[in-house]
Design a protein around this ligand. Sequence first.
Ligand SMILES: *Cc1c(COP(=O)(O)O)cnc(C)c1O
Length: 235
Amino acid sequence: MSIKENIERVERLKAEACRRAGRDPSDVLLVAVTKLHTTEEMNEAIDCGITDIAENKVQEIVRKYDEVKPARWHLIGHLQTNKVRQVIDKVCMIHSVDSFHLAQEIEKRAAQHDLVMDILIQVNVAKEESKFGIDEEDTDLLIREIAENCPHIRVKGLMCIAPLEEDPEDARPYFAEAKRLYDRYDVMDHTDRVDFQYLSMGMTNDFQVAIEEGSNLIRVGTAIFGNRDYRSEEK
Ligand SMILES: *Cc1c(COP(=O)(O)O)cnc(C)c1O
């Protein structure tokens, strides 16, 4: 299957899930996850209508950036504070903010570039020890700290990763929990600094379930580009 056919298939599955959930397919943003795929493949996807791409590593964004056609870049992986400055002027949104320490560094670099960075708070709904993301109970405080101290950051919503399960149905309760949390902030008055718009959840294996539970941004890699070759990963 070609990238074009794969994208068409993902769009079809996305539309079906939206129909089941009584939502408009245009309300769910498809972000193509391009980690470990070539810039040729990325440009092919962009030629097929992909507008948003995501990487999980700063080095990979920096390495590929100039070879890729215009698109909106998202950072979805864990971000170390010492790497923020390398991507601050390249990405449109950072999905993986899980500490005030990281937010402060984003604030500093965004201010230097005179820009406002959109971020999502990564929430560890499954409470997995190995996963990044903050506990649900701590989101209030983090959002408040950012709103009060970081004029160059806009909190645009939440991101979560469900535990990897064979059956996507097993992810449903985690997605439902993330949606409940999201709705708590979505009903708050939108301000310059806290303006909920995105609930980023759902990957190749579980994006239909995620949409049914309220996701409006899905991050899909394998279903578009095929399996990743981790042997090619740069050290
Ligand atoms: C790799 C990755 C994805 C995409 O995973 P697929 O299963 O290939 O669709 C989505 N989100 C994050 C945070 C990732 O690291």
